[in-house]
Design a protein around this ligand. Structure first.
Ligand SMILES: *Cc1c(COP(=O)(O)O)cnc(C)c1O
Length: 389
């Protein structure tokens, strides 16, 4: 036992020395954008609840009603007795909205990715992934034991080069990208990746955790041209703009049927609670029927970037890269003291030397709060900006 504690303590000391130790801070999110931390009221600019649906009365009512009707937990894996009637409704709705034949819902986005990839890809296959893909795409890739090649971020030529060199040595090939990159907020060149994938008989999978409910009128990164790009594997989460919890894959019927019978993180885990599924259905209904709501997070993000002379945002995630973890932590601390919750993102979540503040903008942020945030951030800008005092 002593060696175990010694091991844990020395690991923690190492991380603390590099300002890389993580700690949980209790955060009471008592309103759509309001939170209390350490007894201080703050406006959160770091939730992924882009439409504030986690606090929407209709979404909450749906969760409460379903909980009363079906109970708080689903009781078992969906393949045993956990497949309550709400799943069929949610999956049909997702498939229709994403213009796919079918959909499957998992317990979370992370579980979705670690389930899908090894179900489709075997050890002798190839995976080609953008270097900034979310951690759970890499986790799923590792579980598959396939050969994994990384292309430089959004670099189509590099991706093409890897495919040209290695594709023919493997029976199947999966291309992985985030639709919206979670720490940089930029979009993947989805249409071009579709062409590249098709030219090499590779399967393209996009992780649209930050696209659903925000990008292309809410339909996500496969729809930026106004028409659905031929992405055969559209994955996403129900934990961000949808405001609840869960993950999904939209794809053709045979692919979805295969995933339901093969994905270990679908089979060997309990189904989502009925209240969560009902809340997702209510939230998707709001997303589909309220384009004015869906448009808001981008308007708020633009107000912020324009005031600071930053490039126009591609999503409602805006990074401010500060470099050193200590600098990012100090900036985050200063903002908290001024009433704004903005987390510092450090390696290994982002590459070394690119620690940053990651701002997220949501529908219900007040313009006056954004303007106050701008003034609080100005002194932390990495170099003098035009128009700055
Ligand atoms: C948050 C996130 C996930 C994980 O989704 P959860 O539902 O939170 O497990 C997966 N991919 C990306 C790109 C994400 O940002």
């Amino acid at each position: 036992m002593e060696s175990l504690e010694r091991f844990a303590r020395s690991k923690l000391d190492d991380l603390a020395a590099q300002s890389l130790k993580r700690t949980l801070a209790e955060t009471d999110r008592y309103g759509p954008t309001e939170a209390r931390r350490d007894g201080r009221d703050v406006i959160s600019f770091c939730c992924n609840d882009y439409l504030n649906l986690s606090h929407h009365p209709q979404v909450i009512d749906a969760a409460v009603e379903a909980t009363r009707r079906f109970g708080v937990g689903s009781g078992a894996s969906r393949l045993v007795t956990g497949n309550h009637p709400l799943f069929a409704d949610l999956e049909a709705r997702l498939a229709r909205y994403k213009e796919a034949e079918d959909a499957v819902v998992f317990g979370s986005g992370y579980l979705t990715n670690i389930g899908i990839i090894p179900s489709l890809i075997r050890p002798d296959d190839l995976i080609v992934a953008d270097e900034y893909c979310h951690a759970c795409l890499f986790a799923g890739s590792q579980i598959s034991h396939a050969k994994l090649l990384i292309f430089r971020h959004n670099d189509l030529a590099h991706c093409a080069e890897l495919l040209a060199r290695h594709r023919q040595d493997h029976p199947h090939c999966l291309i992985l990208t985030d639709g919206v990159f979670s720490m940089d907020g930029d979009l993947a060149p989805v249409t071009e990746l579709v062409d590249l994938a098709e030219a090499h008989d590779a399967w393209l999978m996009t992780d649209d955790a930050h696209g659903l409910g925000v990008i292309a009128g809410g339909k996500g990164s496969s729809f930026v041209t106004g028409k659905k790009a031929r992405v055969p594997l559209q994955m996403g989460t129900l934990s961000k703009a949808v405001g609840v919890y869960g993950g999904y894959l939209c794809a053709s019927k045979p692919v979805i049927d295969l995933i339901k019978t093969r994905a270990r993180s679908f089979i060997y885990t309990t189904g989502l609670p009925p209240g969560s599924v009902a809340a997702c259905i209510a939230a998707l209904e709001l997303i589909e029927n309220h384009p004015e709501l869906v448009a808001k997070p981008m308007q708020k993000a633009r107000r912020f970037t324009r005031a600071l002379n930053l490039p126009d945002p591609e999503s409602c995630i805006v990074p401010l890269i500060l470099g050193d973890p200590d600098i990012a932590l100090a900036a985050s601390q200063d903002l908290i003291e001024q009433g704004f919750l903005v987390t510092a993102i450090r390696p290994p979540t982002v590459p070394p030397g690119t620690a940053r503040l990651r701002f997220t903008f949501t529908a219900e942020h007040r313009d006056t709060d954004i303007d106050r945030l701008v003034e609080a951030v100005r002194p932390h800008m990495p170099r003098p900006q035009d128009g700055a005092a």
